[in-house]
Design a protein around this ligand. Structure first.
Ligand SMILES: Cc1cc2nc3c(=O)[nH]c(=O)nc-3n(C[C@H](O)[C@H](O)[C@H](O)COP(=O)(O)O)c2cc1C
Length: 189
């Protein structure tokens, strides 16, 4: 499959189930390879991931439901819980701070670059999942859930949670995407 085939296949899939087309080890391998291959500013390697699967995935979404004290509907949370796993994306702030101290004139840029690199990683994992027939959607229940997850998964204090990617077997494909208007790229020669 070409890169653009995978990019076309990557969609927000909300109808997920626990029947993955790959083994758990192969799924973890996708996240590891994407993490190794995704670039970061000054090669600071600020993006980290925790792959939550099986029973822990169900516990995660129950804990997220509890963290919101009933403000997020049970039905919505159960939709995510129906998936097979969740990738938690973090920024290692220690690495960001170290580079800020080392390159003072760029200090303000490092947090922005760390966010950009994290987004690149999220995109790469999402597309790599799509290429293998794994559906996924991207959620942002941080920062409300940060302390709950830190305790559940023993997350280092200097890690900041940036996104939660729910994944699983595709129970139903999303509707076709509306066509882009094609006006966002300008060429000058
Ligand atoms: C940075 C970013 C943040 C997003 N946050 C959420 C989110 O919190 N919840 C959600 O359901 N979808 C979220 N999405 C998914 C977008 O709504 C979705 O990608 C967009 O509507 C295009 O649809 P597609 O993913 O099917 O191509 C996010 C996407 C990006 C790139």
């Amino acid at each position: 499959m070409s890169l653009f085939d995978a990019l076309e296949k990557r969609r927000s899939v909300y109808a997920l189930n626990k029947h993955l087309p790959l083994s758990d080890e192969e799924v973890v391998d996708i996240v590891k390879r994407a993490t190794e291959l995704t670039p970061d500013a000054f090669n600071m390697k600020s993006a980290h991931a925790i792959v939550v699967m099986g029973k822990k995935h169900d516990e995660l979404w129950d804990a997220i439901y509890d963290a919101f004290g009933g403000k997020v509907s049970r039905e919505k949370i159960d939709g995510f819980k129906a998936g097979a796993g969740t990738v938690l994306f973090y920024i290692n702030q220690n690495k960001v701070h170290a580079l800020q101290e080392q390159f003072v004139s760029y200090a303000a840029n490092f947090p922005i670059w760390a966010n950009q690199a994290n987004g690149m990683l999220q995109s790469n994992v999402w597309s790599a999942f799509a290429e293998k027939g794994i559906g996924a959607n991207l959620q942002h229940y941080n920062p409300v859930i940060d302390s709950t997850l830190a305790e559940m998964f023993d997350v280092p204090e200097d890690f900041t949670l940036v996104a939660q990617m729910v994944f699983g077997g595709i129970a139903a494909a999303p509707d076709d995407k509306p066509a882009d208007d094609g006006t966002r790229v300008r060429v000058v020669r």
